[in-house]
Design a protein around this ligand. Structure first.
Ligand code: MN
Length: 245
């Protein structure tokens, strides 16, 4: 049985070290997500992704479950996050999920939204934005992906440790979206609705964009519980917390 809804999730940070989140997501794929038309994953599905050829079993199980989901006739879309920015054609082939550009416009009935992982809006975090411009460079990515798997894993572990230290040092406001970047995104796309993750601060923010009401929907992470936006065919939506059973 399928209804007319689409679901949006982000920041699952799936990793063998946090099996409860993996189990919850696998159950989610076979439960609520299977009842929907399709699923949008807005980045940081995995804690790390060092290449589409990585045979690590936990990530492999998740990819197989995504493949089963699309094989059942559901639609799957993925936006790259800052942890899994190396998703490529191999990931699409393994899962049947289609990679989307970031940002991307998504329309479901009256729901017309600017959709992004969200890190592009965090322009006050200068060291992070510098790092982002390096690692998103296709030439840097080709060189990295040519390294042996073990080297890539070791470098990714080092990068994660560096990122943790950086997040710990930075002031809280610098890690959030920049209000001007948000306004510009609304104006540039003509949308009055935005959906993103990355900041791990779930909620719906009401804004005024040139006299018109706008809303910024922020998806939560899956460290302690699930978080999901449900949009039905008319465009009505609801931000849900998914308790961990
Ligand atoms: Mn992120």
């Amino acid at each position: 049985m399928r209804d007319d809804t689409y679901l949006f999730v982000s920041d699952l940070h799936l990793d063998a070290a946090l099996p409860a989140a993996v189990t919850q997501f696998l159950d989610f794929l076979q439960g609520p997500a299977l009842k929907a038309q399709g699923l949008y994953i807005l980045g940081d599905l995995f804690e790390a992704w060092v290449g589409d050829d990585d045979p690590e079993p936990c990530r492999g199980r998740v990819c197989e479950a995504l493949k089963a989901y699309t094989a059942a006739g559901r639609l799957g879309f993925v936006v790259r996050g800052n942890r899994d920015f190396l998703f490529g054609a191999g990931f699409e082939a393994r899962t049947g999920f289609a990679l989307l550009p970031d940002p991307v416009l998504v329309e479901i009935g009256a729901f017309r939204a600017f959709v992004s992982h969200g890190d592009v809006l965090c322009i006050d975090d200068h060291p992070y934005q510098e790092l982002r411009s390096v690692v998103r460079n296709p030439r840097w990515q080709r060189r990295f992906l040519a390294l042996p798997l073990q080297t890539r894993r070791a470098l990714a572990d080092k990068a994660r440790a560096g990122s943790k230290a950086h997040t710990g040092r930075q002031a809280n406001t610098l890690m959030d979206v920049n209000p001007t970047a948000v306004t510009q995104a609304f104006l540039a796309t003509g949308t009055r609705l935005m959906v993103h993750g990355h900041t791990h601060r779930p909620g719906i923010q009401m804004l005024d964009i040139q006299g018109e009401p706008a809303r910024r929907i922020v998806l939560g992470d899956w460290y302690e519980q699930g978080s999901c936006l449900r949009v039905d065919g008319s465009g009505a939506y609801e931000l849900l917390t998914l308790p961990r059973g």
